[in-house]
Design a binder for this molecule. Structure first.
Ligand SMILES: [Zn+2]
Length: 232
C-alpha cells in the first residue's frame, strides 16, 4: 500500500490514516510538504514516510535544482529511504541522485496489470530497488480497463497499489469530480459534502474493498497455518 499525499489538507490525510490504521495495513506515505499530520502517521504502527518531490516546475523552466528540492524534502522526512516523484518523473540521473541522498527504494514506474502478473521489484544499475506501481486510483479514473484493485489480489504479485487521500475522501468516480474539487481542496467541510455515496464505484470503494479482501485472505491463510496444529 502506497499513498501520495499531494498537498492534501490534514483532515483529508487524517481520514486516510484512520482507514489504514483501522485495517492495520502497512503503508508507505510519499510526502510533499511539512505538516503536523506527519507526526500522527509516524506514531501509527507499520507506517513509513518517503519523499514525493515535485520536479514539474523545473521541467517548466522554474529556477532551482533537483538536488535542492530533494534536500528540502529530506529535511522534512530525514528518515526517508523511499522516493516517488510527483507525476512519476524519473531518469537515470535522478536515480543516481536518489541513491546519493540515501534512498534505497524508488517507485516511479507504473506498469499496468496488462504488463504481466509476476513482476518482482528489481535492483537497477544505481543499486536502488525499483518497485513498480501495479494499480493507481487516478489512473483508474483515466483508464477503467485496469479494473478494480481487488480483482488483482492474489494474481499480481507483488500488488503495489497507489492511492491519494483526496480521492479516498471524495470517493472520486471521475476526473471531472476531482477537477471541480480543486478550488475547495483546503476546505474539508465542503469537500466532505461532495463525497460520493458508498458503492458508487469510486476510489474509496476500491480501497475499502481491497482492504476487506486482503484481511479475509490473511485470516484464511492464518487458519490454514493453525489447522495442522489443531489436528495434532
Ligand atoms: Zn503526486
Amino acid at each position: 500500500m502506497t499513498i501520495d499525499i499531494d498537498w492534501a489538507h490534514d483532515s483529508v490525510i487524517a481520514d486516510t490514516l484512520a482507514l489504514v490504521a483501522e485495517a492495520g495495513v502497512a503503508a508507505t506515505w510519499f510526502v510533499t510538504h511539512a505538516t503536523p499530520i506527519l507526526a500522527d502517521i509516524r506514531a501509527t504502527p507499520r507506517q513509513e514516510l518517503g519523499l514525493h518531490p515535485n520536479f514539474n516546475p523545473l521541467l517548466d523552466g522554474a529556477p532551482g535544482s533537483a538536488r535542492d528540492k530533494l534536500l528540502q524534502l529530506r529535511d522534512i522526512v530525514p528518515e526517508a529511504v523511499s522516493v516517488r516523484s510527483h507525476s512519476l518523473v524519473r531518469s537515470s540521473r535522478l536515480s543516481v541522485l536518489f541513491r546519493e541522498l540515501g534512498m534505497t527504494h524508488e517507485s516511479n514506474y507504473f506498469l499496468p496489470p496488462s504488463a504481466g502478473d509476476d513482476i518482482p521489484p528489481w535492483i537497477d544499475f544505481t543499486g536502488i530497488v525499483q518497485v513498480p506501481i501495479r494499480w493507481e486510483d487516478d489512473v483508474h479514473l483515466l483508464d477503467p480497463t485496469i479494473g478494480e484493485p481487488v480483482a488483482h489480489l492474489g494474481k499480481i504479485t507483488p500488488l503495489t497499489v497507489d492511492f491519494h487521500p483526496i480521492h479516498l475522501f471524495l470517493n472520486t468516480t471521475s476526473i471531472a469530480e476531482y477537477e471541480h474539487s480543486r478550488p475547495i481542496a483546503q476546505d474539508p467541510v465542503v469537500l466532505r459534502e461532495r463525497r460520493r455515496a458508498p458503492g458508487s464505484g469510486g476510489s474509496r470503494d476500491h480501497f475499502l474493498n481491497l482492504l476487506e479482501a486482503a484481511q479475509q485472505g490473511a485470516a484464511s491463510a492464518c487458519m490454514r497455518q493453525l489447522r495442522p496444529n489443531q489436528e495434532n
